[in-house]
Design a protein around this ligand. Structure first.
Ligand code: MLT
Length: 255
């Protein structure tokens, strides 16, 4: 269902950092963040159900199923600093709610704790159907541009092309499963109101899907200030890996 990689070994006894990717991408989106994480911190990256190198999911689509699979992989490692970007954030939230013993700190990047509005959920189901019926991921290819910020789109064509390639390499089964899972996810703002461990809220200044105003509301629930990354859109980990690594290192240090 998922594939977990030890992206960077660390010192034994150190709390690992677990990175959960966005949709419709895979763990490669963390490639330039991982080497910038502080020395000695083990870093695990995950391919979520049906994405990247993860096997086709066999269970009904839900972010809770994905979170439980991450929890199963973490048992034995002990608690971790868990950070997710967008879809990865939805799964990090589900993990924190269902397996609080495994989450020493929570990183929410370009994501939100709110559920989808009915029209947004319906649109996801329409896309899932289209992907399954066409047997292609064509329906989500335009996300290669819509997820990136204006600055990146204007100045970094190679990065836009790379994101497009990664999307094109996903499998329809994983894309459809993820859309259905996200459509069904509940509101988890209540979890944040009661969260008493270190937390990070980070957002690209040019994030369209989850703009800084949403990050501000999320951060307010946690009683913290959001980190706003200038000249980056929704995919901050790809658009400005150094800024994301700095914020993640601060989160790791706070534990
Ligand atoms: C993502 O980047 O993971 C997606 O934008 C999440 C979503 O569709 O809500």
């Amino acid at each position: 269902m998922i594939a977990v990689q030890l992206a960077r070994p660390g010192e034994s006894g150190r709390i690992p950092l677990v990175l959960l990717h966005a949709f419709p991408l895979d763990s490669r989106m963390w490639d330039e963040v991982v080497p910038l994480i502080g020395d000695g911190v083990p870093v695990l990256t995950v391919d979520l159900p049906g994405m990247g190198g993860a096997p086709d999911p066999t269970e009904p689509p839900s972010v809770e199923v994905a979170a439980d699979a991450v929890a199963e992989a973490l048992r034995g490692h002990g608690p971790a600093v868990v950070a997710g970007l967008s879809m990865g954030g939805y799964i990090a939230l589900a993990l924190a709610e269902r397996h609080p013993d495994l989450v020493a700190a929570l990183g929410l990047l370009d994501t939100k704790a709110l559920a989808d509005a009915p029209d947004a959920a319906a649109n996801r189901l329409r896309i899932a159907d289209e992907v399954r019926q066409s047997g292609t991921v064509d329906a989500v290819r335009p996300m290669a541009t819509s997820l990136l910020g204006d600055s990146t789109r204007a100045a970094r064509p190679a990065l836009v092309a790379r994101v497009g390639e990664w999307i094109g390499q996903q499998r329809p089964v994983g894309v459809a499963w993820s859309q259905r899972a996200m459509a069904a996810r509940p509101d988890r703002t209540g979890l944040l109101r009661g969260w008493d461990r270190p937390a990070l809220v980070l957002v690209g200044a040019e994030d369209g899907p989850t703009p800084p105003s949403v990050a501000t509301e999320t951060a307010q629930l946690l009683g913290i200030e959001p980190v706003v990354v200038p000249a980056a859109g929704h995919l901050t980990a790809i658009e400005d890996p150094a800024a994301v690594a700095r914020a993640l290192n601060d989160l790791v240090e706070a534990v």
